[in-house]
Ligand binder design. Structure first.
Ligand SMILES: *[C@@H]1O[C@H](CO)[C@@H](O)[C@H](O)[C@H]1NC(C)=O
Ligand SMILES: *[C@@H]1O[C@H](CO)[C@@H](O)[C@H](O)[C@H]1NC(C)=O
Ligand SMILES: *[C@@H]1O[C@H](CO)[C@@H](O)[C@H](O)[C@H]1NC(C)=O
Ligand SMILES: *[C@@H]1O[C@H](CO)[C@@H](O)[C@H](O)[C@H]1NC(C)=O
Ligand SMILES: *[C@@H]1O[C@H](CO)[C@@H](O)[C@H](O)[C@H]1NC(C)=O
Ligand SMILES: *[C@@H]1O[C@H](CO)[C@@H](O)[C@H](O)[C@H]1NC(C)=O
Ligand SMILES: *[C@@H]1O[C@H](CO)[C@@H](O)[C@H](O)[C@H]1NC(C)=O
Ligand SMILES: *[C@@H]1O[C@H](CO)[C@@H](O)[C@H](O)[C@H]1NC(C)=O
Length: 586
């Protein structure tokens, strides 16, 4: 453009000098060639004359030509009198300045200045003319997206917004973009309507391009912008709006029911929170919950809570949209564990009685049972055919469901074995023979109180062993001057038992063997062992004695038979007898 102008200038100068005569056709063409001046709106338009000033110039003039109107003179300068005059044109009042070299300046450029201006240089016998076209440019405002949609919907053509750019010249173009790509109109999916308004006073353009858009799910996070492309004096330029992201609404296509729980398993007494969710945007506000045992579905927000559930809450739980469409289900098992111990609590039984015990469980899964007696794990479950004092204690039957955290049950049996007092007495002389220890072994529950009475009076200097398994021993040490009878009295709420023992004076040696009634004592067991050894030794001795006696007898009978031989005189028979005897001896 610029270079074309320059060429024109050179040719025009040559033309004016002599080419007008030599090559008139070319000159005519050049004369029709037009200079262009580009000016920014509001700036000063500078229009050089572009003609060689002739020596015999009388004056210069500027006029403009409007379409279908006679041309209008606006400025005049006399070459001889250095006099400038501006014509009375309202549009150009106080805006013009014609310099000595015939360059015309028009300040505060307006759209209305886009005209064809002609510089005329007049001599005595000739008129030279050179037109120049004025172009005015105004940068439009940065485009803005107004009337924005709050959200877009899939499957629905919706007004997304309007892009507006104001006060530009010449008219620019608006373009919509999605994620940086131009949005081309698509029937029923992308509809762009552009509207241009011209300000009557200024002649500037305001352009509005509305965008109707049918969104898809993929448009979530898509960035929408618009640009205005406009002509600047030297090139095309672009202004871009801020980018906008729209919330895309789409219907729910799937619902999901979930059990919100910290644990994997649910047991009786737990609270269950069910959550129903739809994958639409925005998600549905309400759902229908189908609860086993409830005749009607329950309308609720996305959370539904069941409190303190029982085993009968086990079953299939469902939820759907409020119109009953789109359903999902989940199965819930409420675990339970029941334990029944019979008998349980405090049980009082008499010694020797039988007591069947049972611990039965019922559970949603296989549960394991174990027993504790006085906090010690037992190998097997207890069962009593004949109760002993050591059977008394705290029995706990406990069960757990391994898979279900926190599901544990236990019941307690407190067994009390009662028995009337039983007494066994024994006496023993100390090795040095200075005193005797008399023991009263007492069995019974509750623990019997023991009292000693001697023919010599009440004895209170006793020694007691620990009471364990319903048994204890009360001992006294005495060195009686004469024979005494000692009485041991044992008494508990069930009975009073009295047993006596005769103890001879310390001076009289006495067997330490316990009384006939005594047994069960460890000391007695030792004594019994001694007795058995004694019996065995005794029997052996007896056998030896018997053997010796027999031998002696046989010797005697041999000599007797010889004696008989001589008496009877039967030699033959005697010989035979003798042989036999010798054989038996050997
Ligand atoms: C004409 O004069 C003006 C100021 O008087 C000057 O700025 C301009 O450069 C001149 N133009 C030419 C083509 O001599
Ligand atoms: C505006 O768009 C039209 C048609 O697409 C094109 O001819 C014209 O050059 C464009 N104008 C600008 C300023 O981009
Ligand atoms: C169940 O919820 C109730 C209140 O709704 C609460 O009092 C109770 O402690 C909860 N139970 C459990 C086991 O969390
Ligand atoms: C479950 O059993 C409890 C009593 O244990 C009863 O109150 C409740 O109504 C029952 N629920 C259903 C759904 O049958
Ligand atoms: C539960 O008990 C049944 C029968 O007593 C048995 O067949 C099954 O294997 C057990 N299951 C487990 C997990 O122990
Ligand atoms: C028991 O013995 C103590 C001395 O050891 C005596 O003081 C007390 O009187 C005695 N009690 C009876 C009841 O004999
Ligand atoms: C103790 O001796 C008396 C006589 O001194 C007698 O009557 C009694 O039966 C004896 N008791 C025992 C248990 O031997
Ligand atoms: C004491 O008992 C012994 C037998 O244990 C007997 O031989 C003796 O005669 C008794 N003495 C008296 C004084 O009774």
């Amino acid at each position: 453009m610029i270079s074309w102008e320059k060429i024109l200038i050179i040719i025009a100068v040559n033309c004016d000098k002599d080419m007008l005569v030599t090559k008139p056709k070319l000159c005519l063409l050049i004369r029709l060639g037009v200079y262009t001046v580009n000016t920014v709106y509001g700036d000063t338009i500078i229009l050089p004359c572009h003609l060689e000033v002739p020596n015999d110039l009388r004056f210069g003039k500027w006029k403009y030509e409007a379409a279908n109107k006679p041309s209008e003179f606006i400025a005049f300068r006399s070459a001889t009198r250095k006099h400038v005059q501006y014509d009375d044109v309202p549009e150009y009042k106080d805006r013009l300045s014609l310099s000595e070299n015939y360059t015309l300046s028009i300040n505060n450029a307006r759209i209305g200045d886009e005209k064809r201006f002609v510089c005329m240089l007049v001599t005595e016998d000739n008129v030279f003319e050179q037109p120049t076209i004025v172009k005015v440019f105004k940068q439009p405002s940065q485009p803005q997206i107004i009337s924005r949609a709050d959200f877009l919907e899939t499957e629905q053509l919706k007004m997304l917004g309007e892009c507006i750019t104001k006060d530009g010249y010449p008219e620019g173009n608006l373009t919509w973009f999605k994620n940086g790509a131009v949005l081309q109109p698509v029937e029923g999916a992308v509809v762009i309507n552009e509207q241009t308004n011209v300000d009557k006073a200024t002649g500037l353009y305001t352009i509005i391009a509305s965008l109707e858009y049918k969104a898809t799910k993929d448009d979530t996070n898509a960035e929408f912008t618009c640009t205005v492309t406009y002509s600047a004096p030297t090139r095309q330029e672009t202004l871009r709006s801020e980018s906008l992201v729209f919330d895309i609404h789409y219907p729910t296509e799937k619902v999901r029911i979930e059990v919100l729980s910290k644990r994997n398993t649910i047991k009786e007494g737990d609270n269950i929170t069910l959550e129903c969710s739809g994958n639409g945007n925005p998600p549905p506000q309400e759902y229908l919950f189908y609860i086993p045992g409830e005749p009607e579905p329950i309308r609720s927000s996305s959370l539904y809570v069941l409190t303190d559930v029982r085993r009968n809450a086990t079953g299939e739980y469902k939820c759907s949209l409020t119109d009953g469409n789109l359903m999902d289900s989940t199965r819930i098992t409420v675990h339970y564990l029941d334990l029944l111990l019979t008998p349980s609590g405090e049980v009082i039984k008499q010694i020797g009685e039988a007591l069947p015990v049972s611990c039965t469980i019922s559970s949603s899964r296989n549960a394991t049972v174990f027993w504790l007696k006085d906090n010690t794990r037992m190998r097997a479950s207890p069962s009593f055919s004949s109760l002993q004092y050591q059977d008394a204690g705290n029995y706990i039957c406990e069960t757990t469901l391994q898979e279900v955290e926190g599901l544990k049950k236990r019941q307690i049996l407190t067994l009390i074995v009662e028995g009337k007092p039983q007494i066994k007495m024994s006496k023993k002389t100390s090795p040095d023979g200075l005193y005797k220890t008399i023991a009263c072994i007492v069995e019974g529950f509750p623990k019997p109180a023991v009292q000693w009475i001697s023919t010599g009076g009440v004895i209170n200097k006793t020694e007691e062993t620990k009471y364990a398994n319903g048994r204890f021993t009360s001992k006294i040490k005495i060195a009686p001057e004469e024979n005494v009878t000692l009485t041991c009295i044992a008494e508990n709420p069930l009975e009073r038992t009295v047993t006596s023992l005769n103890v001879s004076a310390i001076s009289i040696p006495e067997s330490d063997e316990p009384e006939e009634k005594t047994d069960g004592n460890r000391e007695n067991a030792n004594d019994q062992a001694k007795l058995i050894v004694g019996i065995v030794v005794g029997l052996l001795l007896a056998a030896l004695i018997a053997g010796v006696a027999y031998w002696l007898y046989m010797k005697k009978s041999k000599s007797a038979s010889k004696h008989v031989d001589k008496d009877l005189g039967n030699i033959e028979e005697n010989k035979k007898l003798e042989e036999n005897n010798h054989k038996s001896e050997a």
